[in-house]
Design a protein around this ligand. Structure first.
Ligand code: AMP
Length: 289
């Protein structure tokens, strides 16, 4: 496995692959890798085959964090990530520095952003208004550097995947976006680098996101007709906040393709929620079957 830290070196490699007709699969991450990330690596490998190359990037992207968010304390462990990537059969690990990605020469600071203007408004976009602008900007930059044929994202960040897909389509990035299923702990908690922030007690309470999804599923299963979203949202807020450390940020029901809010909830409606457990903000989502 090759570790690339410079933007120029990454671009040079990518151009060489493209000229040679080598298929490139790409998994962008912020590191502190877990089995969810590694499942994306496997999905990328399946798409490009043994003759293709799989690139993982690790970059804790400052532009997607608001000033009060956890950029400085976001968990990092590069030696461990490197080992996990090597064991997972990654060909190139791209680990650029913030200075390389966002150069700041005096008088010529970084000032160009990519903004998706429809899908990013609701849900995460309400609590984190500048978040998706940072995501689309860095993903567009990474696409330009890695020149992937296939890029794999996790369904865990459902709104993010939808936005990236829309951006790639709107801006004609010549690649396929694949969305891979959410990997969970045995008790249902979605794997996340941020789970590391949880105390033992918070970790137990954090299963409430998955339990709330199950609760919504049970309501839909037993209701003779579609349920009013507003009523179910209120019930889920009470359900979540029965855990002493949990505070519901939002729960939303929506159409999986358009992300348009659903007024009535039934089989096929998608559900997403964000919950503060102590100081840690966790998200999850699922389709109600
Ligand atoms: P992150 O490092 O959190 O920015 O995530 C990098 C990629 O991994 C994103 O596409 C995430 O959606 C995906 N991901 C994170 N957690 C999971 C999970 N539990 N299952 C599947 N994919 C995940």
């Amino acid at each position: 496995m090759r570790v690339v830290t410079s933007v120029v070196a990454m671009q040079r490699l990518a151009r060489r692959w493209r000229a040679a007709g080598v298929r490139v699969g790409f998994v962008p991450t912020m590191g502190y890798l877990h089995a969810g990330h590694l499942s994306l690596v496997q999905a990328a490998r399946r798409r490009v085959g043994r003759d293709g190359v799989v690139v993982v990037s690790i970059f804790v992207n400052p532009t997607q964090f608001a000033p009060h968010e956890d950029l400085a304390k976001y968990p990092r462990d590069l030696p461990r990530d490197r080992r996990l990537c090597r064991e997972a059969g990654v060909d190139v690990l791209f680990v650029p520095t913030a200075e390389e990605m966002y150069p700041r020469p005096v008088g010529a600071e970084f000032s160009s952003y990519v903004v998706e203007e429809a899908l990013g408004r609701g849900m995460e976009g309400v609590t984190r208004p500048t978040h998706f602008r940072g995501v689309t900007t860095v993903v567009a930059k990474l696409f330009n550097l890695v020149l992937p044929d296939v890029a794999v994202f996790g369904a865990k960040d459902f709104q993010q995947a939808a936005i990236v897909r829309r951006m790639a389509r709107d801006l004609n990035f010549p690649l396929e976006i694949v969305v891979a299923p959410t990997v969970r702990e045995p008790d249902g908690l979605a794997l996340s680098s941020r789970n590391k922030y949880l105390s033992a007690d918070e970790r137990r309470q954090a299963t409430v996101l998955w339990r709330a999804i199950q609760e919504a599923q049970a309501v839909v299963n037993h209701a003779p007709k579609p349920v009013t979203a507003a009523r179910l949202k209120a019930a889920l807020k009470t359900f979540v906040e029965r855990e002493p450390a949990a505070r519901l940020d939002y729960v939303e029901f929506f159409d999986a393709d358009t992300l348009a809010p659903a007024e009535r909830v039934t089989h096929g409606t998608h559900l997403a929620l964000a919950v503060f457990v102590g100081k840690t903000r966790l998200i999850d989502n699922a389709r109600l079957n």
